[in-house]
Design a protein around this ligand. Structure first.
Ligand code: HEC
Ligand code: HEC
Length: 165
């Protein structure tokens, strides 16, 4: 979809943004230091109350959104689901140790066969948690509807996992 050409460039940006956003206990430096920062990334740097996700916003703004909006919600949910396994939720929980820009390039692939999810046999609790919590919460964070198989629109498992049919 004409996207691959920009991936290298996006990744370079991503690495910088991710470092800033994942920089330990210190508050992340506001993106305002970057000449290319948009007002959207700029304005809510403190608190992030009115940050809004846009698919076409710069990666630096996406990283800020992830830190301020995604981490608090997802960190809590994953921890509640399994406090031991997810004691330490971070960007890497979804993006992997190498901070892949897209979680689909890191997280386990899922296989749907005859309308059934193969991985749900081995990880039923996990699959249920994903369906009941992770997808709706992430969809809400992104301001998107939950995936609807009828229309094939919306945010679903394939927002984070590669799906094999
Ligand atoms: C719960 C899973 C999850 C966590 C945790 C998470 N992300 Fe994301 N991230 C996503 C999803 C889903 C997308 C959007 C899907 C996509 O672009 O492939 C995304 C997209 C991004 C993008 C845009 C990438 C691009 O090139 O479009 C950046 C930058 C990013 N995340 C940075 C971070 C940072 C920094 C952290 C930690 C502060 C973080 N993410 C934590 C799931 C997560
Ligand atoms: C916001 C990102 C996100 C979305 C959306 C998402 N997942 Fe996940 N999924 C994860 C993360 C993070 C893990 C944990 C990986 C790990 O164990 O470190 C995971 C793990 C899984 C696992 C365990 C796989 C294994 O081999 O350990 C299954 C099964 C799963 N997801 C199913 C689903 C299903 C089904 C959906 C859609 C209903 C879905 N996921 C949507 C982020 C997501």
């Amino acid at each position: 979809m004409g996207r691959s050409s920009s991936i290298r460039f996006a990744f370079a940006l991503f690495a910088t943004a991710a470092l800033a956003a994942c920089g330990g206990s210190q508050p992340a430096p506001a993106t305002s230091a970057e000449p290319g920062a948009t007002p959207a990334a700029d304005a809510p740097a403190e608190g992030g109350g009115d940050l809004v996700w846009k698919d076409d916003m710069p990666d630096s703004a996406k990283a800020v959104f992830m830190k301020k909006k995604v981490m608090p919600v997802m960190g809590k949910s994953f921890k509640e689901f399994d406090p031991k396994e997810f004691a330490d939720v971070s960007c890497k929980t979804c993006h992997g140790p190498q901070m892949k820009p897209h979680p689909v390039d890191f997280l386990p692939e899922l296989t749907f066969k005859d309308g059934k999810l193969k991985e749900a046999e081995e990880h039923p609790e996990m699959a249920k948690f994903m369906h009941d919590k992770v997808v709706p919460q992430m969809a809400e964070l992104f301001g998107k509807p939950v995936y609807d198989p009828a229309t094939q629109q919306g945010f679903g498992c394939n927002g984070c996992h590669k799906i094999n049919m």
